[in-house]
Design a protein around this ligand. Sequence first.
Ligand code: ZN
Length: 412
Amino acid sequence: MDLLLELKEIHKKTPSKILLVVLDGVGGLPREPGGPTELAAAHTPNLDRLAAEANLGLFTPVAPGIAPGSGPGHLSIFGYDPFKYRVGRGVLSALGLGVPLGSDDVAVRGNFATLAPDGTVKDRRAGRPSTEENRRVLSKLRAAISAIEDVRIDLYTESEHRFALVLRGPGLGDRVTDTDPQTTGVPPREARAEDPADERSAKTARILNRFVELAREALKDEPVINGVLLRGASKKPAFPTLGEVAGLTPAAVASYPMYRGVAELVGMVPLPLSEGEEDPDRPRTKLEALKVHWSDYDFFYLHFKKTDSKGEDGDFEGKVARIELFDALLPELLALSPDVVLITGDHSTPAVFRAHSWHPVPVLLWGPYLRTDAARRFTEDEAVKGSLGHLVGPVLLPLMLAQAGKLQKYGA
Ligand code: ZN
């Protein structure tokens, strides 16, 4: 059953406005047994006040035990079952770089690698070159390879050993196997069409294999970066939009390209953000964009990234500070008078874990039709006492819609 498509039958258009805040990777862990998590350690008077009025719970975006990437984590929050609505690695890389993708373009994630003289993979990341070095080598490749057959080859630096490759041309498929063997001591694989009868994917595979060959030739004098590994060939998926399934007119307020890209996949309009604010999350700029466009949309997705980045850096105090920074902004967000507010994360990124984790994230739902619950703060421990319980999978969207009066009865 796809809950999202069921909403199509029961949604209704109302003027009420929903504000969805995603604090990326906000869930955490204590530094020592019994200690506070990042959220519990943070001084958050405004969030506390809202939590005392709101309903809380815990949220597992994908499934228990699964540490999601930000892509599936966000899709779940937006109401899309991440097991059904998949976005390929190549497309996520390209979206992350803000690369525009046409519906027939194929995006591929590339790694620079070091190959041994016998052609086997010695280092899948070519000793993690600097991003500067990546740029230098990629421009060498660009000069050597601009097209293969009738397909244009576009290359984009991501960071360190990572780059994105976009194929633009007629008749390309994306059901293609990876050349990256995911291990060392073996040769890179040949790209192949998953189904040999799929001529479009066979064409993509042929072009990727030729690209790998030309890249080896172009890099033959390089001491370290002398090969490329490719994976995740994918086209931009055509998902039903939030307008179609839920009647929403949604906008995204996010500064990082990947989140703007994922929001666009579900039909949100990424709002333009003015330049000038030094903070990479640009909280004041985002607030300004919300104010300017508040009357134009009925659903606003507001994203903050640095809670996740600090978690990945292992910077507990830094993550606490980012939570407090959001707390300081909250009164101004609430002053816009949203009818419904939902605050959560797309996964946990505990500073002690230095990576995305599977631990459930607190979720806070505020609106006109609430029960009283015992949770008094937006923290992992308090959320357990909340009346929302433990929510798993893409169920937040219907909760927001219902609270906003945007859903009719299901069935007679
Ligand atoms: Zn994330």
